[in-house]
Design a binder for this molecule. Structure first.
Ligand SMILES: Nc1nc2c(ncn2[C@@H]2O[C@H](COP(=O)(O)OP(=O)(O)OP(=O)(O)O)[C@@H](O)[C@H]2O)c(=O)[nH]1
Ligand SMILES: [Mg+2]
Length: 213
């Protein structure tokens, strides 16, 4: 089965949790350092060139951006979130944004999984590792999404995952769910959309209909 996103539509930009649209469907938040390729991947998944704004200036995305989308006949929200603690803004603004995104991540009741984007070209970064540890402590589900794989040579490509896994296994008992993607070539698109379609099936709203759960 080929997955695709139907009718992607920008809903709104929210400065904080209580401005977000009603939590009436499963939601996936794309997060990661500035310039990692969040907006680009969202556009690739949605099959649109300019659904989410892309810029060569890091820190462009400053709000919680909701997109209403549909996959395999199920409506869900895709959220483009500014880099957690990564935005190139003043210390004061960064602290404010960190609190806002922390509140969104820990209290957004329909958030199914955080999509943690990581630049495949660079070695494991402390900020990313710390952030994944924080998500685990906060009880959040997340998946790692390696981006910009098209920028790696075949050799680098082969070494990337084993290297990152080796580092992760010094901190984790197992490698979390992960995907290898390119917003340019489309690598990983089917895998990510298939994962989301499957995860959508365990949305609480549906689970109410399953006995023994
Ligand atoms: N070659 C290549 N370039 C990419 C890929 N994804 C993103 N880029 C480029 O990387 C830059 C940043 O991409 P964005 O999608 O704006 O990154 P972002 O994570 O949304 O950045 P902020 O909104 O600033 O946090 C742009 O110049 C993109 O064209 C990819 O898969 N391959
Ligand atoms: Mg962006």
């Amino acid at each position: 089965m080929e997955y695709s996103i139907d009718h992607p539509e920008f809903v709104k930009s929210s400065a904080k949790l209580d401005e977000c649209p009603p939590p009436d469907r499963p939601e996936y938040a794309f997060i990661g350092r500035s310039n990692v390729g969040k907006s680009s991947l969202i556009n690739k998944l949605a099959g649109r060139k300019a659904l989410a704004k892309i810029s060569s200036t890091p820190g462009k995305t400053q709000l919680i951006n909701h997109f209403a989308v549909k996959t395999a006949d199920r409506d869900w929200y895709l959220v483009d979130l500014p880099g957690f603690g990564y935005a190139k803004v003043s210390k004061k603004d960064r602290g404010k944004w960190d609190r806002t995104s922390r509140e969104y991540l820990t209290k957004r009741e329909n958030l199914m999984c955080v999509m943690m984007l990581i630049d495949a070209r660079i070695p494991p970064q402390k900020k990313d590792l710390d952030f994944m540890a924080w998500m685990a402590e906060a009880g959040l589900s997340f998946a790692m999404i390696f981006t910009k794989i098209d920028k790696l040579t075949l050799d680098e490509r082969e070494q990337m995952l084993p290297r990152y896994t080796k580092k992760m296994l010094t901190l984790w008992s197992a490698m979390p769910t992960h995907f290898i993607t390119s917003a340019v070539k489309g690598d990983g698109k089917q895998e990510v959309l298939s994962f989301i379609a499957q995860t959508n099936q365990i949305y609480r709203g549906d689970r109410l209909n399953i006995t023994g759960e």
